[in-house]
Design a protein around this ligand. Structure first.
Ligand code: KG4
Ligand code: ZN
Length: 331
């Protein structure tokens, strides 16, 4: 079973070739980071233009590396959303054209679900499990009951966690994307230097809010200033607040459901401190915490192909007019 996976949800153009749901024959990721870095964030118009320019080149590269002919494909899986709609539509329309011309099944998948399931590229996990997907566009807690069956337990009411990292880094003009840079600074910093708030901890929900924390950071810097000397301390305190909230809300979902298996995915899950906190505190609470490898935490076509494999196993394919979407419906 050979499945092509296409992801153009944000600023990476990725095409992968997957055999039998697990064996990655190729996983080409073309990053646009350098193009967006000068603006301190993704510029949607530039992102979609670049996807259009590169998608067929990346497809050829994925087929060449995977040593496959398009006619060998059993299905084409593609991100139908959520994401930047202009970017999503480039991959989706390209996949539709490919599926139609090759007369192959088309599977439009949910990018968040693909992040949540990405661990299956490397190992199996018993169902049900809790998945925290934490990326530049999303911070969401899912309950996954079986492949292709999930429900949303919590989501962000405003900014995503990665977005908060990126906006702080932009404010300080220390580079883009902000997450990895802030992690780097934080390694040398004191985590208890500033007592930043832990937003929405007093409610009973699994929802998040990072906008207020971002404002608290900006206000702190405006009132107290920031120097090369204390930048690591202030950033480490900010990072700790974000991670603390992510863990506590995930733990709340665990207590509500009684499910103790947790998978963490999405770009922010490549953060070393986040992994440490989830593993250490998770162990203390008797949880089984699992992460995808960093290369599968960030956007990639392999996770999209893998999710398509599970849908195909269930006989679920998309109609040729499947729609792209920018936001996830919270079912
Ligand atoms: O999953 P992803 O590649 O794309 C989206 O679907 O959004 O995630 C990108 C996000 C960015 O906000 C980036 O700052 C964040 O992941 N990120 C990190 C780290 N590496 C990437 N955040 C914190 N620590 C990191 N090491
Ligand atoms: Zn993503």
């Amino acid at each position: 079973m050979l499945i092509l996976g296409i992801d153009t949800s944000c600023d990476d153009t990725s095409v992968a070739l997957l055999r039998n749901g697990k064996e990655i024959l190729s996983n080409i990721v073309s990053s646009q980071v350098d193009l967006h870095a000068v603006f301190g964030g993704v510029v949607p118009e530039i992102a979609s233009r670049k996807h259009l320019e590169f998608i067929d080149i990346i497809l050829k590269e994925a087929l060449r590396e995977g040593n496959a002919d398009p006619r060998d494909l059993d299905a084409i899986s593609v991100t139908a959303g959520p994401g930047l709609i202009g970017s999503v539509l480039i991959g989706l329309c390209f996949a539709k054209g490919l599926a139609f011309s090759l007369q192959k099944p088309l599977i439009g998948v949910n990018h968040i679900e693909a992040h949540a399931m990405s661990i299956f590229l490397e190992r199996d996990v018993d169902f049900p499990f809790i998945a925290l997907v934490v990326s530049g566009g999303h911070t969401i807690i899912l309950r996954i009951d079986e492949p292709c069956t999930y429900s949303v337990l919590g989501t962000t009411r405003d900014d995503a966690a990665g977005e908060a990292f990126d906006k702080i880094a932009k404010y300080l003009a220390i580079g883009y994307p902000g997450g990895r840079i802030i992690e780097e600074y934080s390694r040398k910093g004191r985590k208890d230097y500033v007592a930043f708030p832990r937003p929405m901890m007093d409610d009973n929900t699994c929802d998040f809010s990072f906008s207020g924390l971002k404002t608290a950071f900006v206000n702190y810097v405006k009132n107290n200033g920031i120097s090369e000397g204390n930048m690591p301390d202030i950033l480490a305190s900010f990072q700790e607040a974000v991670i603390d909230v992510l863990f506590l809300k995930t733990f709340r979902a665990i207590k509500k459901t009684g499910i103790t298996r947790v998978v963490v995915g999405g770009g922010v899950a490549s953060n070393g401190r986040l992994r440490e906190v989830f593993l250490e505190r998770g162990r203390g609470e008797g949880l089984d915490v699992m992460f995808s490898s960093p290369e599968f935490c960030t956007d990639n076509g392999a996770m999209v192909a893998m999710l398509g494999y599970y849908y195909l196993q269930k006989g679920i394919v998309s109609p040729p007019d499947v729609k792209g979407f920018s936001r996830m419906s919270l079912r």
